[in-house]
Design a protein around this ligand. Structure first.
Ligand code: ADP
Length: 889
């Protein structure tokens, strides 16, 4: 084995501790990387790869970044989904003979960054721990930059895990390997890289110490394990106390409305489906927050709508009062505008990287608190008054900072210039000494000009020679011999010193050095003081965030004429003149057409919506879901009146053909989702199905759609909106008493179709698919042929249907053939052949053979069916398959 130099040996030893990270190995003013790290880093950071003799025969690949600009490089690697271990010199090289000791002082990972672009202002950056034991899964999510820590658990279910992860959108996940494998498989084209680290180390002792015995005792076992692993990981990577984690927020899955990742995406709650941008999402519309913590809280509210009516009412009360009181609202906004990101400032104080400017930002923010409190107190809202009640303005902390830190402090905390005069007696003395010294020097300059008669004589300073007297070459002749001691010769000047000048100089420099030291230690002391008050500051930040969200919702509600929803614990969902908030907001030229919704126990709880493409079906269905969701986060809704029951889950399913974004365009995915719906939906859920059964043949698609609708109607009993282009399914209204046919109105004039966007009772008679094809510019030849084929097909299936319908007379779920026949007659169908001549003239024996074959197939299918292992839905699907085969006979 190659023998390396001691330094490389040291490197290799440290590297063992950070195998999954780039090791930034401090050598003087550089962080160096070696071996594979260097090769990869050179590529990722576009820096030069060099080599170094390390004792072995071959040169060792090496690259490096300067110490002072390392943050930028670290950030770039983190953004690409890497970890970076920072290894510092522990000893002072000046005092140590031989090699200095080096240690990793911190591992920066995507989930633990504390500064930089990776942390979007208005977004949390979560790292998540996932564990599973004894049939329970747990999830702990921590944003180190804000100090938030949530934990929850539920009986083991991959779906639950996926739903919960969807809320946090973590940049880093640690935990059980099998869970990580599952999550990785499921994650569709993520918008940023996620780092996965299998992790089973656990530090219960640290959790107990950090959060106290009482908190520990209240955690159920699986949550203890999950949080302990998270803390162990943070401890091992950050290698410092994490004072910003002051409390653990536990919650139960039942507290919030469940929204699976697909529904979240499809409703475009926080980003749009296509561009994945915030603009165009519900969050974008509702976000009129003034502070970053308000923006983050609003996002969380949208991610987790409430289920408890009283809690929502409390929120609505505040929004309502602010909606009605423009002046109070504007006054509150004016205060909020000047409040910085308290949570992140506090995070940096705890982490020990807050600078003087951060403290000033904290002070400026705190100075707004008394007024904010007063405004809440004096507001007509009981909710805001409650917030004002134990509102600790932390005025003492503002004073503390104000007394110590100058207004325009520099970024660096090590170069002085940050502590105010009058704060510390010794510092004042030294400053005085330094000022006096400088004044003396200024006076000396005047004196010497006078004495020598050289007007251009000046006193300057540089780091190498200190203070000097400078005389230009042309004036040297006027200088009395031996007046000064020559120090340096320049091209056109001479520089001199005097013993007196040097004496003053050492006084000044000594004072300045001491001042810098004292300032730094005073600053650190102050930061330490504030660190002890972190819990108070965090509580305050939470209150500010809440007030901010209320005003944001009030502003939006007022600007877009939303109304306060009426919440009930009952079943019925009734919306008058509902609108899609985002579509309406982005519409420029035309106005949005409102539509009502009534889903009630006594009348109908399923609407089957037919109508051509582009008629507005999806918009309508999404608008109902959004209105419900907005109500349950405590926002007003886009309608003229709305009665909203507590919906426990919104489930959306969009036809496979539409779901191309996640790359999951297969029919199987659609079916798997429907399976989850059949299992998880309760009578309190809202189901939205857009174009069900699109990904398979028409007859199968229709059969599945019908079977699913029947299941929702008969077994689940929840509110549902189903859109379909199978207008043939309209007959379901006859057999399902709680289902109503609706359609999007269109006006036909000549060969033009005008979309009215109005929901009307009754089914559409056609899908207008061919009409859309014409709109898209297909040749007339194709369009004519398509109309002809359509008519033949409709006639053909009509005859088949009537044949079976006659056999099934009296059965509840068969078609109303008379109506269908009448409709067909009215259309004066012109029969066109779609079969081969030969088949039209099929001899009888051929028909018999075909019939025999088909019946045989059906018998075989029945014989082979494993009925005991079918879910009810599968059984229904199977039955339908048989029926369809029978229809074809
Ligand atoms: P469908 O689902 O029936 O194919 P969409 O819901 O996608 O139709 O609507 C198509 C377009 O029509 C939308 O992008 C929107 O611009 C417009 N639209 C939909 N509903 C309305 C409405 N109620 N008022 C005005 N425009 C609407």
């Amino acid at each position: 084995m190659a023998k390396y130099t001691p330094m490389i040996e040291q490197y290799l030893k440290v590297k063992e501790e950070a195998q999954d990270a780039f090791l930034f190995f401090r050598l003087g003013d550089f962080y160096e990387m070696f071996f594979e790290d260097a090769i990869l880093a050179a590529k990722e950071l576009e820096i030069t790869l060099t080599g170094r003799d390390g004792g072995a025969e071959e040169r060792i690949p090496m690259c490096g970044v300067p110490y002072h600009s390392a943050d930028n490089y670290i950030q770039r690697l983190i953004e690409k989904g890497y970890k970076v271990a920072i290894c510092e010199q522990i000893d002072d090289p000046a005092t140590v003979k031989g090699m200095v000791r080096r240690e990793i002082v911190r591992v920066v990972t995507p989930g633990t960054v504390m500064e930089g672009k990776t942390l979007g202002d208005k977004q949390n950056n979560y790292m998540v721990s996932v564990t599973e034991s004894e049939g329970m899964m747990a999830l702990a999510a921590c944003d180190l930059s804000t100090g938030e820590l949530y934990v929850t658990s539920a009986p083991s279910s991959n779906r639950w895990l996926q739903d919960e992860l969807g809320i946090y959108n973590p940049s880093e996940i640690i935990g059980d390997t099998h869970l990580l494998t599952y999550i990785k498989e499921q994650s569709s084209a993520a918008s940023r890289p996620v780092v996965y680290t299998p992790w089973d180390k656990n530090r219960e002792d640290l959790v107990q110490k950090q959060f106290g015995d009482a908190v520990w005792a209240r955690l159920v076992d699986e949550r203890k394990e999950c949080v302990s692993r998270l803390i162990a990981y943070l401890n091992e990577t950050q290698k410092r106390s994490l004072g910003q984690l002051t409390h653990i927020k536990t919650y139960e899955p039942e507290q919030y409305m469940i929204l699976d990742p697909f529904t979240r995406r499809n409703l475009e709650l926080v980003e749009t489906v296509r561009e994945r941008s915030k603009k165009g999402s519900l969050l974008w519309l509702l976000d009129r927050t003034e502070t970053s913590m308000g923006a983050r809280l609003l996002r969380r509210w949208i991610d987790k709508p409430l289920l408890q009516r009283s809690l929502i009412e409390e929120r609505l009360e505040a929004v309502d009062k602010l909606y009605q009181n423009f002046i109070v609202r504007e006054d509150i906004r004016a205060q909020l505008k000047e409040i910085y990101d308290l949570e992140r400032l506090v995070g940096r104080i705890a982490f020990g990287n807050a600078n003087a400017r951060d403290l000033t930002a904290l002070k400026v923010s705190l100075m707004k608190m008394p007024m904010l409190k007063q405004l809440c107190q004096a507001s007509p809202s009981a909710t805001l008054q409650k917030i004002a009640k134990d509102f600790d303005e932390c005025a003492d902390l503002a004073e503390l900072i104000d007394a110590a830190i100058v207004e325009d402090a520099p970024i660096s905390v090590r170069d002085g210039g940050i502590i105010k005069a009058g704060y510390h007696a010794r510092l004042d003395e030294l400053r005085e000494a330094s000022i006096n010294g400088k004044r003396w020097i200024a006076e000396l300059e005047a004196r010497e000009r006078e004495a020598t008669g050289i007007k251009s004589l000046k006193i300057g300073y540089n780091k190498v020679f200190g203070y000097y007297i400078e005389v230009t070459k042309s004036n040297i002749g006027s200088l009395p011999e031996g007046r000064y001691e020559r120090k340096q010769t320049l091209a056109n000047a001479e520089r001199y010193i005097t013993p007196e000048l040097k004496e003053k100089e050492s006084l000044i420099l000594e004072a300045e050095e001491k001042m810098v030291d004292i300032e730094y230690s005073l600053f650190v002391e102050l930061r330490g003081e504030l660190n002890k008050q972190i819990e108070r500051l965090q509580k305050l930040a939470e209150k500010v965030a809440e007030v901010d969200v209320y005003q944001s919702l009030a502003v939006v509600s007022s600007e877009h004429s939303f109304v306060k929803p009426e919440l009930t614990d009952g079943y019925d969902l009734v919306i008058e003149n509902g609108r899609h908030p985002v579509v309406e907001a982005v519409m420029k030229d035309s106005s949005f057409v409102s539509n009502g919704t009534s889903l009630t126990k006594d009348d109908a709880n399923i609407l089957l919506i037919t109508g051509p493409n582009m008629a507005g079906k999806s918009t309508y269905m999404r608008q109902v879901a959004l209105i419900v969701l907005m109500a349950q986060i405590g926002c007003f809704v886009p309608a003229s009146k709305a009665t909203i029951p507590m919906i426990d889950r919104i489930f959306t399913r969009i036809g496979a053909a539409d779901d191309l974004i996640g790359g999951q365009s297969t029919f199987m995915v659609e079916m798997a989702d429907i399976q989850v719906m059949t299992e998880k939906a309760t009578s309190r859920s809202l189901i939205i199905i857009d174009e069900l059964g699109r990904g398979t043949s028409t007859s199968e698609g229709m059969a599945i759609a019908q079977a699913v609708i029947e299941f929702v109607h008969d077994t689940i009993g929840c509110k549902a909106l189903v859109s379909t282009h199978f207008h043939e399914l309209a007959h379901l209204q006859d057999s399902l008493p709680k289902l109503r046919n609706y359609s999007m109105a269109v006006q036909e004039s000549g060969d033009k179709v005008l979309f009215l966007r109005k929901l009307i009772e009754g089914a559409a008679s056609t899908s207008y698919g061919i009409y859309c094809a014409r709109l898209a510019g297909l040749p007339e030849e194709i369009i004519d042929r398509a109309y002809g084929l359509l008519q033949s097909l409709e006639q053909g299936s009509l005859e088949a249907v009537s044949a079976t319908a006659e056999q099934n007379m009296g059965q509840p779920k068969s078609m109303n053939t008379e109506e269908v026949k009448e409709e067909a007659a009215a259309k004066q169908v012109v029969q066109m052949s779609i079969f081969d001549e030969e088949e039209i003239a099929t001899p009888d024996h051929k028909i018999e053979t075909a019939l025999d074959h088909a019946s045989h197939q059906i018998v075989e299918l029945v014989k082979n069916a494993d009925i005991m292992n079918m879910s009810p839905l599968q059984a229904m699907q199977f039955l339908n398959e048989l029926k369809m085969k029978a229809i074809k006979l």
